[in-house]
Design a protein around this ligand. Structure first.
Ligand SMILES: [Zn+2]
Length: 378
């Protein structure tokens, strides 16, 4: 079956083209400028951007990935897909080893079904001083042997683990992760500049929500932020919701790291797509007031209620990026982090047809995943 999308503004890696594209058997087969050669679905000048790739997401629509409950996980994945996320990594939070292993074993089934692109362990190997919304009682010293057990529980679907580089055993655990084909992400960390560089030298290649849950930049004590931002080996995650970060700090990261090393994430939790109220984040209780999630006890920011379409729109409107730049940091760069950029993440002939149709004001009007509409543009 062939679908042609006509009269579109197509956001490709080399710019925005007024034209059309054709999809066959779930892939993009033609991208052209001007009038489409045959009949097609007329998008009346709307934008088509690549489907969003969210590499850090704890849930949505009341469903939570850390619960390990498949119905909840499906509910959350469905909410985010309707907001344009066509590739999604499910993030767990600090919990007991048994709970982490059983949640990973459960979610591995949804990875095998193709609904999820992988599993992310955020914790338990993180710093007590920077644990944010993680239960401090359940933090552990990094252990390569323990991590190997958790990776086995995930049956090859664990794609990322976040740990703090300064903890005893951290560097060996980073090496264990990388040797197992897992991305070592540095974050929730009190590390110095030098300790962070050691973590990168050991194989750390992602900064877990840069700026958040780490010491701030200081001109005499640059800390993790300067190390992670400037190192060509690292891609930095940013929670571009206007709550976690001032737009100027998002812009600073983007101009320093560039689009090829910047990845927008949601860090969403169960309340994304829902109203204010009381929610769980792993073992912790979270109050959501005016869309901002905070721990019931202590008030630390506890994930976000962000969806990737909002992160994208803010990148253009509040941060001042071009459509091409916003698409790169919402799709292609995170796809590259996952090693999937040769299959998806850009509007390029041969890539998977994961697409988001956006109106003039950058609201989602359609979402296609692997050539099938999740939401058909009206
Ligand atoms: Zn998180």
């Amino acid at each position: 079956m062939s679908i042609t999308l006509a009269d579109a503004r197509v956001v490709t890696p080399d710019g925005v083209h007024e034209g059309w594209l054709t999809i066959e058997d779930g892939r993009i087969t033609h991208v052209g400028q001007g009038a489409a050669p045959g009949p097609g679905l007329d998008l009346a000048g709307r934008y088509v951007v690549p489907g969003f790739v969210d590499i850090h997401n704890h849930g949505g629509a009341g469903g939570s990935f850390p619960s390990g409950d498949l119905a909840q996980a499906r509910t959350a994945a469905d909410l985010h897909s309707r907001h344009g996320t066509t590739t999604l990594v499910a993030s767990l939070v600090t919990a007991s080893l048994d709970d982490l292993a059983s949640a990973a074993a459960a979610l591995a089934e949804l990875c095998e079904d193709g609904l999820l692109a992988g599993i992310h362990f955020e914790g338990p190997y993180i710093a007590a001083a920077r644990c944010g919304a993680h239960d401090p009682a359940l933090l552990r010293e990094p252990s390569p042997r323990e991590l190997a057990r958790l990776l086995r529980a995930g049956r090859g679907h664990v794609r990322m683990v976040t740990l703090a580089a300064e903890l005893p055993g951290a560097l060996d655990t980073v090496r264990e992760a990388v040797a197992g084909g897992v991305i070592a992400a540095l974050g929730h960390s009190d590390a110095s500049y030098e300790q962070t560089i050691a973590g990168i030298d050991a194989g750390g290649s992602v900064a877990t929500h840069l700026y958040n849950a780490m010491p701030p930049l200081h001109h005499r004590d640059p800390g993790p932020i300067a190390a992670l931002l400037q190192d060509e080996r690292v891609t930095v995650e940013l929670i571009n919701d206007g709550v976690h970060l001032h737009p100027a700090m998002t812009r600073l990261a983007f101009t320093t790291a560039g689009p090829a090393r910047t990845a927008l994430i949601t860090d969403a939790m169960a309340a994304a797509g829902m109203g204010d109220g009381v929610y769980g984040l792993g073992p912790m209780s979270v109050n959501v007031i005016d869309g901002v999630a905070r721990l019931a006890e202590g008030g630390a920011i506890a994930g976000s209620t962000l969806t990737m379409d909002v992160a994208f729109r803010r990148a253009v409107r509040e941060v001042g990026l071009s459509m091409t730049e916003a698409a790169e940091i919402s799709s292609l760069t995170p796809a590259r982090v996952l090693g999937l950029d040769d299959r998806l993440g850009s509007i390029t002939v041969g890539r998977q047809a994961d697409l988001v149709v956006l109106s003039d004001d950058l609201e989602v009007s359609g979402v296609m995943r692997r050539g099938s509409w999740i939401t058909e543009p009206r």
